[in-house]
Design a protein around this ligand. Structure first.
Ligand SMILES: [Zn+2]
Length: 135
């Protein structure tokens, strides 16, 4: 799933966490859950990172960036560091360790670029609900 989608749903995972200690686990769980769903990934890492930064900025500007939310976002993004390293050629595909990326947990099938519209819409709704909840 795209990084911005992981940001949006990692933020939700953090927000619903009863304590800051559980937020990292819920953030990681959100990553697994999203990667199982069929989706399109943006190939250009620079675009991915810019869109993820925009999603984090939207959460922050909306006043919804608490410790729990930040932890949920961080741990929803951490697994994709190895995808970044793989795309940069730093590691091989067989050196990935996250179960969802090693295919120990099924990874959703690859969809076309039109799936990005759904990811944008779902992420926008998630962030809007998060901001509304925190107001
Ligand atoms: Zn992933």
């Amino acid at each position: 799933m795209c990084l911005f989608t992981h940001v949006a749903f990692g933020a939700i995972a953090g927000a619903i966490s009863p304590t800051p200690y559980l937020a990292p686990f819920l953030g990681l769980a959100s990553h697994i859950g999203l990667d199982v769903i069929p989706h399109h990934d943006i190939d250009r890492m620079r675009t991915e990172i810019l869109l993820a930064a925009a999603a984090v900025a939207a959460v922050a500007i909306g006043g919804a960036l608490s410790l729990k939310v930040a932890l949920g976002i961080a741990f929803a993004l951490i697994p994709d560091i190895e995808n970044l390293l793989w795309k940069l050629g730093t590691i091989r595909d067989d050196q990935k360790i996250f179960p969802g990326h090693r295919r120990l947990i099924p990874h959703g099938m690859v969809l076309g670029k039109s799936n990005l519209i759904l990811q944008f819409a779902a992420s926008a709704v998630a962030i809007a609900l998060l901001i509304r909840r925190s107001v």
